[in-house]
Design a protein around this ligand. Structure first.
Ligand code: FES
Ligand SMILES: [Fe+2]
Length: 344
């Protein structure tokens, strides 16, 4: 299954990239990232075209990368600029790809596609990650041995929290809640409104062991390929959200291969901004729920599927799948368009 091209993918959090070379496979492409001496983050291919050594094992000298195997030197755009052998002639076509990068919202966005089609306006809004006036954010990266669309299914269909995260994030109000899916352009919105029920245990604890009925909302925004922002919170039943507690959850999935992904998560809370312990509670909850429950389930699902495609396996669908299926349709249409353009 190819990946959608001519889109931004998240390659890293900005603070992951510095003067130490960092490699990450994105959409099956080996990518090397580092900062130039002037601080600019850059990304080039990580596979030396001579004998395919991983460049990140080499040396970063100034702005240039020196291959660890036979010493060819590449500049920050991926062009070979020095051959230390013989007469020093640089073979024609000796280069690795150079990728357009954007630093925005505390994230490094990499453009996978044709450089002449780079379009900054396609980066979705994740400004909560860097909006320190209104939010306090904790964040991290999880590696999952699962296809990115399986992870989208998981995140867009939050009906699973009652089962997979029983006793932590689940509540009976979620099951009887109202689920509405809407699409605007390529953006899918999958919203769940769960009024007048007891808060999920983790939320109840964070809300000072409130113990009384709350309104709970879980509104997920999705943009291709798998950039998700969850607006989620609880407030006393019938009251405005300002009287409760809520967060923006960043869930951005970048495909590594067809069967593995990088999961960039963030929790930007709109309450207790000056209490780091409120962030620690979230970090623990993420470790238990995402890493300890979602990841093993998604990896087990991927194992069950092997390399078979989702559609060929003819899965059964139920109501909560409406949002995830809409996202899958957007991806499938983009891939068909891509195929047509390549054939033309
Ligand atoms: S593999 Fe890089 S110079 Fe030989
Ligand atoms: Fe989950």
């Amino acid at each position: 299954m190819p990946f959608v091209r001519n889109l931004w993918y998240v390659a890293a959090f900005t603070d992951e990239i510095g003067r130490t070379m960092m490699e990450r496979t994105i959409c099956n492409e080996p990518v090397l990232m580092y900062r130039r001496e002037n601080g600019e983050a850059v990304a080039i291919g990580n596979r030396c075209p001579h004998r395919f050594a991983p460049l990140h094992m080499g040396k970063l000298i100034g702005d240039t990368v020196h291959c660890p195997y036979h010493g060819l030197v590449y500049d920050h755009q991926g062009q070979c600029v020095d051959n230390p052998h013989g007469k020093g002639i640089i073979p024609k076509g000796c280069a690795v790809p150079g990728y357009p990068l954007m630093e925005r919202h505390g994230l490094i966005w990499i453009w996978i596609g044709d450089t002449e089609r780079v379009d900054e306006s396609l980066i979705p809004d994740f400004s909560c990650l860097t909006d320190t006036r209104n939010f306090a954010t904790c964040k991290g990266v999880i590696h999952m041995q699962a296809n990115y669309e399986l992870i989208t299914d998981n995140l867009v269909d939050l009906s699973h929290v009652e089962f997979l995260h029983e006793g932590i994030l689940g509540s009976e109000a979620i099951k009887r809640g109202k689920h509405i899916v809407k699409q605007t352009g390529l953006t899918v919105q999958s919203d769940r409104w769960c009024p007048d029920g007891l808060a999920p245990p983790a939320w109840d604890a964070m809300f000072g062991n409130y113990g009384k009925p709350v309104d709970h909302w879980l509104n997920m925004r999705w943009d291709p390929p798998a950039h998700m922002l969850l607006d989620v919170g609880v407030t006393p039943a019938g009251k405005s959200r300002d009287e409760g507690i809520w967060v923006y959850g960043t869930d951005i999935i970048t495909p590594e291969t067809e069967t593995s992904s990088h999961y960039f998560w963030g929790v930007s809370r709109a309450y207790d901004l000056d209490k780091p312990e409120a962030g620690e509670v979230w970090e623990k909850a993420i470790a238990i729920a995402f890493d300890g429950q979602d990841r093993p389930m998604l990896e087990a699902v991927q194992k069950m599927m092997g390399k078979d495609s989702f559609d060929e396996m003819a899965p059964i669908h139920i109501e909560p799948d409406t949002g995830g299926l809409r996202c899958r349709r957007v991806i499938s249409n983009l891939l068909k368009e891509q195929e047509r353009a390549q054939a033309a």
